[in-house]
Design a binder for this molecule. Sequence first.
Ligand SMILES: Nc1nc2c(ncn2[C@@H]2O[C@H](COP(=O)(O)OP(=O)(O)OP(=O)(O)O)[C@@H](O)[C@H]2O)c(=O)[nH]1
Length: 312
Amino acid sequence: MNIPAMPSLSPDLGQRRGQLLVVDDQPINIHVIHQALTADYDVFAATSGEQALAFCQKTLPDLVLLDVVMPVMDGLEVCRRLKQNPDTQNIPVVFITAYQHPEEENICWAAGGVDFVNKPVNPVTLRNRVKAHLTLKFQADMLRMIAFNDGLTHIANRRYFDVRLEAEWQRCSRNGSTLALLMIDIDFFKRYNDRYGHPTGDDSLRQVAAALTANLNRPFDLVARYGGEEFVCLLPDTDLAGATAIAKKLELAVRQLGIEHLGSDIGQVITISVGVAASHPDQHNTSASLVQQADVQLYQAKQQGRGRVCAG
Ligand SMILES: Nc1nc2c(ncn2[C@@H]2O[C@H](COP(=O)(O)OP(=O)(O)OP(=O)(O)O)[C@@H](O)[C@H]2O)c(=O)[nH]1
């Protein structure tokens, strides 16, 4: 499934300038393309395949204009790698080719390109092709935004979490790093709704979602609404100790919102219980077992009195 690295939840998708990456080992070719496009877009350049991949990992451009024939790593290989990586697979790739034969073009399609522009580049054709593909890209981003957004709290939803979990699981498996997960549940929320009414309950869910989001600092950390009054945080490259520290920070942040909850057994304000788990993704375990581990810890937190963090 195609999914961006981060939830594209920014409301300004329609208005922002597109970011393009031009990849060519010949600076003169980059110059020509830059001249044709710089009035309408932010144009970045890379002079090798390796540079292009590093740039895409960091910046996620909206479109890549890619020379096919380059030394060391050619454009076909760059495109294949972009398409294999869940973080970069949504970036459309337009090949800049001097190809004359259908068989050569077929290889570009097979590598994952969305289109071609022939050399020597006609600036008008280039501008129109870029415009068409960026329009499609922005529309796709917008649809993903709607599909992956929780309508009540405006944070990522369960569907987005499920897809990100798989992508991060694979990424941490490749890198040999640890993936941590927090399962979060608001305490005595049924009583809260019963006492203060459903609309006030909805408002509290929004406040809790905002507090959780505000207290995660790394760009690849994710908070999502898992369902009802349950939230989940995905923390890549984080071990159990680090995740436990973050969980405690979140527990405190929600407590400090000071949302009155006179029906709670453990204080007069809304609190959360948090279950923490961390795992080294490999062939002996699955992302589902990580979720289950965090769930078990959440259950422990509830059993031990709520308003606390349990890890293991
Ligand atoms: N206002 C509001 N309430 C919701 C929403 N989704 C789920 N809830 C409520 O959240 C409550 C969850 O209740 P329970 O699962 O019994 O858990 P709890 O009362 O929080 O008790 P513990 O989890 O054991 O501390 C239910 O009353 C749901 O109706 C929502 O979107 N808005």
